[in-house]
Design a protein around this ligand. Structure first.
Ligand code: C2E
Ligand code: CA
Ligand code: CA
Length: 564
């Protein structure tokens, strides 16, 4: 009779070793925790070992409970590694070291040797006699099979999958996860990934789940259809909502791409289509897209445009030019500014007409925006300098993407170019769309500072459309606010309604903080009438003029009496 002190200080009588330790739930929990881990517990008095089922399967052992562990196991170890093992285990039993900890090769049931790391502890009874020897063996060859964070299969394992039956995959991604990480920190980001992984596994209903990479998870289901996987996705979203409500979790939104596949398809092709569908799903109101040929065609167009854009950039900005749209004062009798807008004439019948709304995001995606941004800046400054000499003063603005502000060369280059063309920098305006993510970086803050020092003005574009307009206003010394078209469009003749309230408040607020205001999208006389009472400094829209080339713009300047 002896007592054993377990980790939790629980004293277990020797009679109960097999009952309480070898047969308990905890053992089962550990034994099933991972395919990579095998556990064993030996009752030394009886020389009886219990192996986990996974160990029995993997090493081809005769059963879960085996007598004579030493000889049996030694026989299983690679002949070259037996001495290492014997030395280590002897040191434990002689009391020289507290823990068995060594790496060696063991034969699997298929006859191949795999590397394992074996860690074990010896527990003595009150007389100092070995009572229990227990430990864990970890497969080292297989370490990357499971992701350490979510304990799900990795993307690498996904790409090793063989498609021998038809079925479907679901690729789930978290919307704006980068932003989430920046806002709440990586640790909270990891918590979200872990809990999402669990929810997906639960909802997957037996289908295999992979943590593909980053914030993307894959449910791989043979003999299932797109509709089945849509149902799984709905379930995942529902679980997320419930968790949010019950546990007060920060809200996240998910998007998904679904692809059906036939037997014999390549997994890499299927995943590529799923990625594509997910990318489109993020812009879709339902946040879910089932792959179709139409999606494929959209992507093909995007790729063609992308390749052509890069080729044109290389060809000395072939096809790129600027057009200018006037910004008129509230009374409608003077040009107070103009916005430079990029155009791209492809001359490619495969592409056809292509506007900034389509090609700018592609340039931002393929990195071309940096070079094109320099082109736009140079052209706009050159033009501004010419106009400053020939006409009464008006501001010239150009649009800048955040990626450009993160380029340390960009602002110094603006300054250099301004000097080169002898432009009065107080007439230059940089238009930026809000983005809390980028605006927080040291480089971007430094860029703003440099711009201000040169007297260059900063305009906050599309004000009110993002979710950080006020944050931007608070954190950046903005000179001009451009209220987005969507608010202007809602102004009807009634003079009432939410859009009136918003437009009026923005006007008042900007007035209060000394910010000039521009209203975009003035398309009709009615809108002009509605907006004029708010006294915005600038009005921009098709009513006054569409964006036009230099010659046409100069005609407008004459019309508004801007000649010196
Ligand atoms: P944005 O900066 O908001 O530019 C205003 C857009 O509204 C322009 O579209 C202009 O043509 C359009 N617009 C002006 N008045 C009206 C109106 O009365 N009604 C309507 N419906 N639209 C009007 P555009 O030229 O197609 O440019 C679209 C967007 O592409 C721009 O929006 C800007 O975000 C981006 N973009 C254009 N040029 C550049 C550039 O050189 N660099 C960067 N980074 N982005 C650019
Ligand atoms: Ca703009
Ligand atoms: Ca705008």
């Amino acid at each position: 009779m002896y007592n054993i002190y377990s980790i939790n200080g629980l004293i277990v009588s020797g009679d109960y070793i097999m009952d309480k330790i070898l047969d308990n739930y905890l053992y089962d929990a550990f034994a099933n925790a991972s395919d990579n881990i095998f556990i064993y517990v030996t009752d030394m008095s009886q020389d009886l070992t219990r192996w986990s089922k996974k160990a029995v399967d993997f090493f081809g052992l005769e059963g879960e409970y085996l007598h004579g562990v030493k000889e049996m196991w030694l026989n299983q170890i690679h002949p070259d590694d037996r001495q290492v093992y014997i030395d280590d285990i002897t040191a434990v039993f002689n009391g020289k070291t507290a823990q068995h900890n060594c790496q060696y090769r063991v034969r699997s049931r298929f006859g191949e040797y795999v590397w394992v790391e074996c860690r074990g502890s010896l527990i003595l009874d009150e007389n100092g006699t070995p009572a229990v020897f227990a430990g864990i063996m970890t497969r080292l060859d297989n370490q990357n099979k499971y992701d350490a964070l979510t304990h799900l299969l990795t993307g690498y394992e996904l790409l090793r999958s063989v498609i021998d039956k038809s079925g479907a995959v679901l690729l789930v991604g978290i919307d704006q996860f980068r932003k989430f990480n920046t806002r709440y920190g990586i640790i909270n980001g990891n918590k979200v990934l872990t809990s999402l992984g669990k929810m997906i596994s639960e909802a997957a209903n037996g289908a295999t789940v992979f943590h593909f990479h980053g914030d993307e998870f894959v449910v791989f289901a043979k003999e299932k259809t797109a509709a089945d996987l849509q149902a799984i996705f709905r379930k995942i979203c529902k679980m997320c909502k419930e968790k949010e409500e019950n546990e007060g979790l920060v809200s996240i939104s998910l998007s998904a791409g679904i692809v059906e596949f036939d037997a014999g398809s390549y997994i890499s092709d299927v995943i590529e289509k799923a990625e594509l569908s997910l990318a489109f799903a993020k812009d879709d109101t339902n946040h879910i897209i089932v792959y179709s040929d139409e999606i494929g065609a959209k992507q093909t167009r995007k790729n063609t445009i992308s390749e052509n854009l890069l080729r044109c950039i290389k060809n000395d900005f072939e096809g790129f030019s600027l057009v200018y749209q006037p910004i008129i004062n509230n009374k409608g009798d003077r040009v107070v500014a103009c916005e430079s807008l990029l155009r791209w004439n492809t001359n490619n019948p495969d592409i056809g007409p292509c506007y900034p709304g389509e090609f700018i995001p592609i340039l931002e995606g393929n990195g071309g925006i940096i070079d094109v941004g320099y082109f736009v800046m140079r052209e706009a400054i050159k033009q501004a300098s010419k106009w400053q000499k020939e006409y009464k003063k008006f501001n010239v603005s150009f649009n800048v993407s955040y990626a450009q502000l993160e380029d340390p060369q960009f602002v110094p280059e603006i300054i250099k170019t301004s000097k080169e063309y002898g432009v009065d920098t107080t007439g230059i305006v940089v238009e930026l769309t809000e983005s809390i993510l980028a605006a927080d970086t040291v480089m971007v803050k430094q860029s703003f500072k440099l711009l201000k020092e040169q007297g260059i003005q900063i305009a906050l574009d599309d004000f009110g459309t993002g979710n950080s307009s006020f944050w931007m206003l608070h954190n950046i010394d903005v000179d001009i606010v451009k209220l987005d078209q969507s608010f202007i469009r809602g102004l009807d003749e009634s003079g009432e309604g939410i859009d009136y309230a918003i437009v009026e408040s923005v006007g008042l607020m900007c007035n209060r903080i000394g910010c000039k205001t521009v209203a975009e999208g003035i398309e009709t006389q009615m809108l002009w009438n509605s907006i004029s009472r708010f006294e915005f400094e600038g009005l921009q829209g098709y009513l006054f003029s569409r964006p036009v080339n230099v010659a046409e713009f100069e005609l407008l300047l004459e019309k508004y009496g801007m000649a010196l």
